[in-house]
Design a protein around this ligand. Sequence first.
Ligand SMILES: [Zn+2]
Length: 254
Amino acid sequence: VNLIDTHCHINFPDAFPDPAAAIREAQESGVRTLVVIGIDLESCKRALRLAEEHENVFAVVGIHPNYAHLYDAHALAEVRRFLSSPKAVALGEIGLDYHWDFATPDQQRLALVEQLDLAAQLDLPVVFHCRKAYGDLLALLEARPAQPYLFHCFSGDRNDARRALDLGGVLGVDGPITYKSAKELREIVAETPLDQIVLETDSPYMTPEPHRGKPNKPAYIPFINNALAATKRISAEESATATTANARRFFRLP
Ligand SMILES: [Zn+2]
């Protein structure tokens, strides 16, 4: 079964000096499709370039909340221009991050709302980054007409998960599901409908067991798929088939 890494940063040159090698290694591990995510203008450009060079690589472009202090009308115009590429499949990662304070909450909210409006205008799905800010993000989304949403590296509580799923959202599951300490996350995932889950590495971050402590890479998706299958008490094949279908549907992949 073809697996999909729906969130990786092989566009970060320090972590992935040879992204083509990471793509090849992933494909050899059965991870044949990669979605590469931008966080600022430079990384968006690199994500698009990789997507244009490799058939099974797609790009998601947008300004991350930790870069929202650099967000302005020019950045928005650039994101709009990037989205005109047929290999750009969603807007993201955008959202709110109250763990870090590179950008103020007001700067983050402005970048979030204007990019959400752009996604609505272009009828594109949206990938969210959210850290310690689920209450504010969900309240903002609940007050808007629904769009297709992916909550990347979901780290909220049960109530946040219910609200995200009620919006029709998809939860991104990654390395933490393999961590011994992530009992609540596994309980949430066990209760989440299988058709609202996708797999992601968030590489080079969030490395799954048994490689925790080393940099992450898209080739590690099978470890996350196995942990998801164990959590849902289904076969690895069933979990691969379902999550791949979900990712294809969400990103409208060919
Ligand atoms: Zn990311």
